[in-house]
Design a protein around this ligand. Sequence first.
Ligand SMILES: Nc1ncnc2c1ncn2[C@@H]1O[C@H](COP(=O)(O)OP(=O)(O)OP(=O)(O)O)[C@@H](O)[C@H]1O
Length: 230
Amino acid sequence: MPVIEFDAVRHAYPVSGSERTVLEDVSLRLTEHRVGVIGANGSGKSTFVRMINALVLPTAGAVRVDGLDTAKDARAIRRRVGFCFTDPDAQIVMPTVGEDVAFGLRRRGLSKQEVAARVDAALEAYGLQGHRDHPAHLLSGGQKQLLALAAVLVTDPDVVVMDEPTTLLDLVNAHRVRQVVAGLRQQVVLVTHHLDLVEDFERVLVFHEARLRFDGPPGEAVEAYRRLVL
Ligand SMILES: Nc1ncnc2c1ncn2[C@@H]1O[C@H](COP(=O)(O)OP(=O)(O)OP(=O)(O)O)[C@@H](O)[C@H]1O
């Protein structure tokens, strides 16, 4: 598995002459196949996972993926770490489903045939094979979430970060995404308010008021979260 390291990480942003701290003193090393991230709204979860692929950089400290520093090697890190946003609409960049999946493969030096073969395989894997030429924005919410996942996975990253992948989905589509996640070979770091989604994960992090307050197995993590907020 890849190694994700946070070394005394802090993140703050400026507000009217002062600053607000969103993450404080986070140090950890993630090597597990499945890592969950839970906690109250505004506790710093999205900021934490965005740091893994250099979407957000530390104000102090360092974040490294397999020894690559996010502040210095953002491009190399983004090739290794795929990111699925909460709102798949924010991630759909091309008019059709097939073009959208192919977009992630641009500038990889692949032949047209190779791109087509990879796109076909990704669409097949996520039940979207009949939708290749459909307008991406007309898919259902669940299909869009699967399209976003396909567009990330077609690039064959080593780590997949998912920020609330089931928030917009009904029970059937949430179950589908859960099954897809369960079958991934990649290391997964997943933020969610759907606590059952991480119940069989190896490790769950609980954030509260900008700090990592619990780090351990899922059952105990959910208990810790409850104690912090209820
Ligand atoms: N650059 C920034 N400018 C303004 N506000 C920011 C910035 N970065 C983070 N924040 C704020 O910091 C807080 C923590 O944000 P974050 O998105 O990490 O929380 P979260 O735990 O993912 O919350 P949620 O569960 O609601 O998605 C939020 O109040 C957010 O609005």
